[in-house]
Design a binder for this molecule. Structure first.
Ligand SMILES: *Cc1c(COP(=O)(O)O)cnc(C)c1O
Length: 421
């Protein structure tokens, strides 16, 4: 460690001890990173990416070769038949919405295999809010198989619920819940259970926060479609907006019809000046994801040593970026987020305070000082002010800067008298 940032000497000992025991987990992540970087490089060379692909198009964007090559690169790296990687997706929720509306028709049923979906999807499905324009409004019915008490999927319940369903929906990452995230191997088991009772179902995975954390993606383990956001993992911290859908060719085509128009699909959509940053971000993504996962491993190790319940364990096999730390008090949660903010490259001088965010029952506090607004591949932390005062931590563009953010969070808690050593 260096003397550029000052920390309490007792904390410095804990930092060293916390990092010391991360060696094996770090090496595991570095091996995965090396594999995924090779996979991405190979996708670029196999798809013959060239400087001419970075020239943007305007208007309809007919014949934009960069757009077509980017789709191929995503498909190739993810082991999918085809992909739709576009700056036109305004968020992960939008990409998921396009995928669901692309595949589902009036009278169809969608079943969530992993309990309640991510918050923002509830309005899209029509189980919360006004419902106008939701899937339900268009005649799509919905049911969900609750997770077992330990937070894992209920395979027996899934076999009962899936017959007759058009979409079997799986959320890989825990999102903002304390349940375990699903590994790609877990998803393979779910896919097998679905196929055994309903071979026709479209298995659609919300892959947010999962890309490049393992060697394989869910389409290589039986899923038909994966969907994610480019201001998370696959944007590598460089994409300024966007999302992707990848999987079976015919299904990607249906999604493209929904994103643009029936009959036009993937053939239109100008790229303006965004192509270069989408290619470049995807190229960096495996290494940026590895930095974020290492930041997460260090945070879990440190706060476990400091006596806080954490999930997952620092040495667990990882499948996403999210770490949850139960800080036990509102003061602890706020002090933690204020420390993270101090370590952000952008807006470090801002002091996060809890606020009543629309759509949430309890006040929420968040730390985010990112180059791209709302980006959560960059170091960020947030949590609702309710017991157990869990903070959800994600991102970190590089390990060394992410680690400083975590150390400043601990120092901020010590300074505010909520951490006792
Ligand atoms: C981030 C995320 C989404 C989509 O959220 P956006 O903020 O709309 O990009 C969906 N599901 C999960 C699990 C997520 O983490």
């Amino acid at each position: 460690m260096n003397d550029i940032y000052q920390f309490d000497p007792r904390l410095k000992e804990r930092f060293a001890a916390a990092e010391e025991r991360c060696g094996e987990a770090f090496r595991r992540m570095e091996d995965i990173c090396a594999y995924n970087e090779a996979k991405v490089l190979r996708a670029f060379t196999d798809c013959r990416v060239s400087e001419t692909h970075f020239a943007g198009s305007t208007g309809y964007g007919y014949g934009d070769r960069g757009r077509e090559a980017l789709d191929q690169v995503f498909a190739c790296a993810f082991g999918a038949e085809d992909a739709l990687a576009r700056h036109n997706f305004v968020s992960g929720t939008h990409a998921l919405t396009v995928a669901l509306f692309g595949v589902l028709r009036a009278g169809d049923r969608m079943v969530s295999l992993t309990g309640a979906p991510y918050d923002t999807m509830e309005e899209v499905i029509g189980i919360r809010g006004q419902g106008c324009g939701s899937l339900r409004d268009f005649g799509v019915t919905y049911s969900q198989v609750e997770l077992l008490p330990d937070g894992t999927p209920d395979l027996e319940g899934i076999r009962q619920a899936v017959p007759g369903a058009r979409v079997a929906y799986i959320q890989r990452s825990r999102g903002y819940a304390l349940r375990p995230s699903l590994t790609v191997a877990d998803i393979a088991r779910l896919a097998e259970a679905v196929r055994s009772v309903n071979p026709e179902a479209v298995i659609l995975v919300d892959n947010c926060y999962g890309e490049f954390v393992e060697r394989q993606e869910p389409v290589q383990a039986g899923a038909d479609l994966i969907v994610g956001s480019l201001i998370k993992n696959p944007g590598g911290g460089i994409a300024r907006t966007g999302g992707y859908i990848a999987g079976k060719r015919a299904l990607v085509e249906q999604c493209a019809y929904r994103l643009t128009c029936v009959g036009m699909g993937k053939e239109v959509g100008c790229t303006l000046g965004e192509s270069r940053s989408l290619f470049q971000g995807f190229f960096f993504a495996p290494s940026v994801v590895a930095g974020a996962v290492k930041t997460s491993i260090f945070a879990l190790s440190l706060f476990d040593l400091l006596g806080y319940p954490v999930t997952p364990a620092f040495d667990a096999l990882r499948t996403d970026l999210i770490a949850a730390i139960q800080l036990g008090s509102p003061e602890g949660l706020v002090a933690f987020c204020q420390g993270i903010q101090k370590g952000s490259p952008v807006d470090s001088f801002v002091l996060p305070e809890p606020w009543d965010m629309p759509g949430y029952e309890d006040p929420v506090v968040m730390a985010a000082g990112a180059f791209t607004l709302g980006s959560s591949i960059e170091l960020s932390a947030d949590g609702p002010l309710r017991p157990p005062y869990a903070v959800y931590l994600q991102g970190g563009l590089t390990y060394n800067t992410g680690r400083i953010g975590i150390m400043l969070a601990a120092q901020s808690m010590l300074d505010q008298g909520v951490l006792r050593l």
